[in-house]
Design a protein around this ligand. Structure first.
Ligand SMILES: Nc1ncnc2c1ncn2[C@@H]1O[C@H](COP(=O)(O)OP(=O)(O)OP(=O)(O)O)[C@@H](O)[C@H]1O
Length: 285
């Protein structure tokens, strides 16, 4: 089956500034891919290639079987987008905004969610009469996500959809994204939140200086780190720390009748990500 997103050797520059230096990436139907990378790595530029608002200077981009820079109506109806920055329509209330977006999708031949249902899904069901300009930053972000969901798209392309959300709301948005995957959608999103990537990504792609440094599961990225697990414990009021590649074996060697507050801390995705970027240049995947 053709991938939903297929980038082959994509290059893009702003003037002389090369931002994408030969990026190849396939995303299969039903995948949730989180694009990670430092500020300025080229993530948003890559997202713009996928949605067709920027065209590659070299290489090819195919999305949902077509060139996103030459979309037809059916194609436009199949994609839902959250851009990095919200378009300002401050005087509109949320219901007007979602009705307007819904009307666009309907005109493209889609069955659409009502503004009530879309707002409800992102926890803004009580805010339909609120002006966009009066929503908080996190609420405005969720309004954009509601708009992306309204046409029940096959592909969601989300640039930092959870930036600025509090942890509880963020977890609710993760549930929404999981529901979207369950109904068969494909999701490509960017994030700076390693906990989020760890929780929801089937696959993480780390972009740095316009190249892909890593492409694989979060578990695989964690395994890359040579760093050991840390075992800490208290024995006769003294606290001990021991770094080991095999914490289970080490714990078996302790006299557990004497040990209190035993904890094992394994390297997390953030450790692995920082390690990957710090070794950039001498250890590409
Ligand atoms: N319109 C533009 N004109 C010139 N340079 C640009 C433009 N947009 C982005 N850039 C530059 O391209 C590079 C990549 O930007 P991009 O927004 O794709 O990065 P990003 O990975 O999304 O970063 P962030 O995590 O900060 O959002 C940056 O160096 C940025 O300054």
């Amino acid at each position: 089956m053709e991938p939903v997103v297929a980038l082959t050797n994509v290059r893009f520059a702003y003037g002389k500034h090369e931002v994408l230096e030969g990026v190849s990436l396939d995303v299969a139907e039903g995948e949730l891919v989180v694009l990670l990378g430092p500020n300025g790595a080229g993530k948003s530029t890559l997202i713009e290639q996928i949605v067709g608002t920027k065209r590659p200077h070299a290489g090819t981009v195919r999305v949902l079987g077509a060139d996103p820079a030459r979309p037809d109506d059916a194609w436009l109806g199949r994609i839902g987008v959250v851009a990095q920055h919200s378009r300002d329509r401050g005087m509109w209330n949320l219901r007007m905004f979602l009705s307007w977006v819904g009307a666009h999708y309907r005109a493209l031949g889609r069955d659409v969610l009502s503004p009530e249902v879309a707002a409800d899904r992102v926890g803004l069901g009580d805010q339909l009469t609120q002006r966009l300009g009066q929503l908080s930053g996190g609420e405005r972000r969720r309004a954009d996500l509601a708009a992306a969901l309204i046409g029940v798209p096959d592909l969601l392309v989300l640039d930092e959809p959870t930036t600025g959300l509090d942890p509880v709301v963020k977890a609710q948005v993760h549930d929404v994204l999981a529901d979207e995957i369950d109904r068969g959608a494909t999701i490509v999103m960017t994030s700076h939140d390693m906990g989020e990537a760890q929780r929801i990504a089937q696959r993480v792609v780390v972009l740095s200086s316009g190249r892909i440094l890593f492409d694989g599961t979060p578990a695989r990225l964690r395994e890359r780190v040579g760093a050991h697990a840390e075992v800490t414990w208290v024995d006769q009021e003294r606290r001990y720390v021991h770094a080991t590649a095999d914490p289970e074996a080490f714990i078996r060697s302790l006299d557990l009748s004497q040990v209190r507050n035993l904890e094992v801390t394994r390297p997390n995705l953030e450790d692995a990500y920082i390690d990957l970027l710090s070794r950039q240049g001498d250890d590409h995947e």
